[in-house]
Write a protein that binds this ligand. Structure first.
Ligand SMILES: Cc1cc2cn([C@H]3C[C@H](O)[C@@H](CO)O3)c(=O)nc2[nH]1
Length: 224
């Protein structure tokens, strides 16, 4: 695409459970011209002025969920508002999944009390009204909780040692209610569902569905 001025990036958010294959998906799209991939800033969550908030959240969710998700919300907002040179911006998760999946699950499991959720919602409401959080497409990497759990265990991320199957199943259900049944929260953009149960070795055909959707002229119209 010629480096002409364009209104805003065509923004795609990639949502899915822990272990749903988001990194594999983002790595595949990294190869194309015109796409900026913004991975989840997990390293920031592991080192906020020296504090590993991810580890604290998993070790004592009742005490640290609010602190952790507040920082996640800030780091996601920074990525949403980042102007990238490429016409297409591909983000791993979003400020929407913070509220619609993780905070919702923490509220239901009583790791976040109602007043914490209210403060979180006030920040989220103001942010939506005052920042351009518009997105153009949601890619939902849909897996079974069993496969997501199996991959999480295999990946063996230090902070996730204590993650239970039940937690993965709960997070799965939050994604299903939001992006598949659409009974939980409004979807801020059309949802493209990918069967992310497919093994890494054959999933590239499944990705091609997205490639057409992302690279069609609709994408470029967004920057006309
Ligand atoms: C938006 C958002 C991402 C996100 C990730 N996480 C956790 C799940 C994984 O263990 C790790 C990396 O995604 O962080 C979370 O607890 N809350 C989150 N909220």
């Amino acid at each position: 695409v010629s480096p002409r001025k364009f209104k805003r990036n065509f923004t795609v958010i990639v949502e899915g459970n822990i272990g749903s294959g988001k990194t594999t998906f983002l790595n595949y799209f990294q190869q194309f011209n015109g796409v900026s991939v913004l991975a989840e800033p997990v390293d920031k969550w592991r080192n906020c002025s020296g504090h590993n908030l991810l580890e604290k959240m998993y070790s004592d969710p009742k005490k640290w969920s609010f602190t952790f998700q507040s920082y996640v919300q800030l780091t996601m907002l920074q990525l949403h508002t980042l102007k990238t040179a490429d016409p297409i911006k591909l983000m791993e998760r979003s400020i929407y999944s913070v509220r619609n999946c993780f905070v919702e699950q923490m509220a239901r499991s009583k790791c976040l009390d109602e007043c914490s959720v209210s403060v979180f919602d006030e920040w989220f409401k103001w942010t939506k009204e005052n920042c351009d959080l518009s997105i153009d497409l949601i890619v939902y990497l849909r897996t079974s909780p069993e496969i997501a759990y199996e991959r999480t265990v295999k990946r063996n991320r230090p902070e996730e040692q204590t993650v239970s199957f039940n937690y993965i199943r709960d997070i799965h259900n939050m994604h299903e209610d939001w992006l598949y049944h659409k009974t939980l929260f409004k979807c801020p953009a059309p949802v493209l569902i990918i069967d992310a149960n497919l093994d890494k070795s054959i999933i590239q055909e499944e990705y091609l569905k997205c490639k057409t959707q992302i690279f069609t002229n609709r994408a470029f119209k967004a920057i006309a």
